[in-house]
Structure formats: C-alpha cells, structure tokens
Design a protein around this ligand. Structure first.
Ligand code: AHG
Ligand code: MN
Ligand code: MN
Length: 344
C-alpha cells in the first residue's frame, strides 16, 4: 500500500483507474477484525459522512453567512462561530441516530449528550478545531475519539467518558484544507483518505503512516514563550541551535493542521501551559488524547511535558492539559528538558 512520500513518482499511465481506488468503506470492511459486529466500522463511516457535510459547508462558507459569529458563547467562554454550531449539530445528529453511540462529549456542549437506546460507543469530539482561522480561509478540522462503553447492558455512566486515552479504541480527525482528508486509527496503524468531491467518496491516500525519522518542523506559539516553564524554553533554544537537526518553526493555529503537517514531514506540535494558565488551552478528551493516540499509532508520542497524555484521567469533560505531540524523539527530548537542566 501507499505510505506518504514527500517526492512521489509520476503516476503510472494506462490501466483501469478504478483498480487503484480503495474507498473508505472497502478499507474499513477489509480491516474489520474477524468476529467484529461492524458497529465501529459503521460509526467511522458515519463520521466520514459528517465530514462530507461539514466540508461542503466549509467550501461554501464565504458565500453564505457561515463565516460569522453565532452570538453564542460556549462553556469554554469562547464565542461559537456559525460553523462550530453547524459541525456540532451535524455530528450529534448523525451519531445520535446511528444506534452505535450512547454518549457524545462535545467541546460545544456543556454536558454530555446521552442517546437513549444508543449503542456500545462513547464519542468525544471537537467539532471544529481552529475556528479562529475560519474567517481567514485557513485550514480547520474536526477531532474525535472513540471509547467502548464499560457495561453493554447498563449505563452509560461518568466512568464511560472520564477515562484515560489509553482506553480509546479509535481516534482521528478530518482536515478541511486544500483538500478534505480523513485520518484515523482503530489500533492498527494510521490511515489517510482524501475526499474526491465529485465522486463524494473518501479514497485511500496513505496507509500505515509513521512519523519520518528526520523532523522538519516544531510548532509552538513563540509569542507566549515568556510565560512557559523553563524546560519548554530550553527545548526551543535547543531546536534553534546550529548543531541540532534543522527544523523550521511553523504554527498554523489549528492544532489539527499543525499535527497533520508534522505527521507527514516530522515534527512536534505544542500548546504549553503558562504561568497564568498552567493547564494551557487544549482539552484532554477531545484534543489532547485523540492526537496522542494517533501519534502513538504512528510511532510518536503525546505528553503533558511530564507523562503520557494517554495516562491522564480527566475529572471533568472539558479539562484542559498542556499538549506536546509528535515524533517520539522530539517529545521525549522535551520531557527531558522539563525534567531537569541536563535534558540534552
Ligand atoms: P478551537 O478552535 O477548537 O477552540 O481550538 C483552537 C486551538 C487549537 O486548534 C490551536 O492550536 C490553538 O487554539 C491556537 O491558539 P493560540 O492562538 O492561542 O495559539
Ligand atoms: Mn480545538
Ligand atoms: Mn473547536
């Protein structure tokens, strides 16, 4: 199968193009473990459908009133954009009717949404990540995580969502950019699909993605550096040194887009805590943990600077955490700098 190649060969000419195409439906069916009920496969397909609808609205955002503010402030104290609201409604609507999901944790909802007679899965999601970039036409995304409910016959209860990322059975994101991509893992590698808008299908682009060994980028908002703990600053000083691997600093401000670029080209994305906000800005259940799960599946790591993001157990659905996620060597080096002055 095809892994990411930054310098791909010219496509072969001739033959039947359909022979090369693997739809997400076929890929999910092929990868479904023997004896599985198909619920997770169906759930991922529903998320792909939500992605198509959000993508379509995103494409038309400049032509409709979708760019603007909704006038509503969410539980994080951030004003929701119209696209935030739309994405949240689409995801809740589709998953609520799917029969596969019993509870949904969304950035845009103060409480967990429980679906009566729902299925075996709990979904966490950031319906629209990077929404401050919408009006500037910069890439945005959707992030999701999937847990299996503890007791299939009872509940769901708070233990079904206040749990560590190590319990995730799947996670992924949609990226609305030059093209629309769905990237997911269900525990057997990270796979990426591109939406063919004319065919209306997500087609396999790369399977079994891994962070490349030589990193290209570090993605930190340097404007906040005066407020970081000293170890984070020391990491950036190290990254800027002449005798370290040559990395450029790139920061989009949409976590999902920064993560995606760094997954393909090698690198680390960070949203550190500050002296005023020690837990930073990003949320564990629907930003930090799903990205950390994907990173681990691609040979990388996610950390709060001290321990794996996958080991943190939230006490609140909207709990924030510092996030350092990307190539394993870089995240471990960051942790070493934070642990002590001799990190290098
Ligand atoms: P959201 O749009 O879901 O609230 O998330 C925005 C987040 C994240 O995507 C990004 O990395 C970060 O905000 C950027 O924040 P700063 O502008 O403070 O760097
Ligand atoms: Mn976000
Ligand atoms: Mn969001």
């Amino acid at each position: 199968m095809s892994t990411f190649d930054p310098d791909p060969p010219a496509p072969a000419v001739g033959g039947n193009p359909a022979d090369q195409l693997i739809t997400i439906k076929r890929f999910l069916a092929d990868r479904q473990p023997a004896g599985a009920t198909g619920n997770l496969t169906g759930l991922l397909y529903d998320i792909a459908l939500a992605g198509k609808l959000i993508s379509s609205k995103t494409r038309r955002a400049g032509l409709t009133d979708m760019l603007g503010r909704s006038g509503v402030t969410n539980v994080q104290g951030e004003e929701q954009k119209s696209l935030d609201v739309y994405a949240d409604q689409v995801i809740a609507g589709l998953l609520g009717k799917s029969g596969k999901v019993c509870a949904l944790v969304s950035e845009e909802q103060p409480e967990v949404t429980v679906f009566e007679d729902g299925g075996p899965y709990v979904v966490t999601c950031d319906p629209l990540d990077g929404s401050s970039n919408i009006d500037a036409n910069v890439s945005i995304g959707t992030i999701f995580g999937v847990f299996r409910r503890h007791d299939p016959d009872n509940g769901p209860t708070t233990e079904d969502w206040l749990r560590p990322g190590s319990d995730l059975v799947a996670a992924g994101y949609l990226l609305y950019s030059t093209s629309t991509m769905l990237v997911y893992s269900a525990g057997d590698g990270v796979h990426a699909f591109t939406l063919d808008p004319e065919a209306g299908e997500f087609l396999l682009t790369w399977s079994d993605l891994e962070f490349p060994e030589d990193p290209s980028y570090y993605s930190f908002n340097l404007a906040a550096s005066a407020h970081w703990e000293r170890g984070v600053e020391r990491f950036v000083d190290w990254a800027n040194r002449d005798d370290t691997p040559t990395m450029s600093q790139r920061y989009i401000g949409s976590a999902v887009s920064d993560f995606h670029r760094n997954l393909l080209h090698g690198g680390i994305f960070a949203y550190p805590g500050t002296d005023e906000e020690p837990a930073g800005k990003l949320r564990l259940l629907y930003e930090g943990a799903p990205l950390a799960y994907l990173a681990e599946q691609a040979g990388g790591r996610g950390s709060d600077s001290r321990e794996s993001l996958l080991d943190l157990v939230p006490t609140d659905i909207h709990q924030r955490t510092p996030v350092f996620v990307g190539a394993r060597g870089l995240v471990e080096r960051l942790e070493a700098f934070v642990a002590g002055p001799d990190g290098d």
